[in-house]
Write a protein that binds this ligand. Sequence first.
Ligand code: ZN
Ligand code: ZN
Length: 266
Amino acid sequence: MQQTSKPSLIDIRHDGHIHTFLCNHAIGNMEDYVQAAIQKGLARMSFLEHLESGIVYFKRNWLEDSHFAEYFREGERLKKAYQGQIAIELGAETGYNPDAVQGLRAKLNQYPFERLGLSCHYYWHGSQHWNLLSLHQDSLDYFVRLGPDKVLADYLKHLTRAVGELDCTVLCHLDAGLRHLPGLRFQDSHREQVLHLLEAAKARGMKLEINTSGFDRRGYPYPAEWIVREALKMGIPLTAGSDAHSPQEVGRHFAQLPSWLAALQA
Ligand SMILES: [Zn+2]
Ligand SMILES: [Zn+2]
């Protein structure tokens, strides 16, 4: 039988997850990121700006209409200016809010997004949202009081619902919820939920993001190896994202991905 070479599991010349100053917690303008991506030798880059609806939080961590107007205006200019050097996509990282599904759908229909990531950053409790990805001690203390097992179960339940309710194409940093909570462990029931979530994503034809910000935060990407193994078994395609919040983070650790993936398949 003729030996065919194994197709590559991931395209490391495409960074599919890039933010800019427009979200209010990243630095650098869009052009800074385009130039950084070209310098890194990327062929394609996707801005994936934060989109939220109905979140009650003390700080804006996402784009409102005026910012999206600027985003598309500048994005279209950059596409033309850098044509032939790099392909640029204008997308959004959709933050799921179970209480604002109609609002989210309306925003997704309002703009011509070329790539839609799916995340869940906020958890409603009491009279406000709490940031599941926050480093702040008061948030972490609050989640400890609520019970991390329950919060993690809700986080995975929300993501699974989101896959069914929103038409997104990439499942982002799947196991990043409560990532800064020391000693957080996935129980068997959480693992069951993850398998269920992957099955839902597969049925939707979504890709799974390998988010390389994890290399900086915990030494390996999001999601954990066992989750990526399960995704590969199910035939879910992978896509690389740096989750850059500063231009020098574009394409971070992408060169490590092929060997990291080869090792977890061995
Ligand atoms: Zn962000
Ligand atoms: Zn992001």
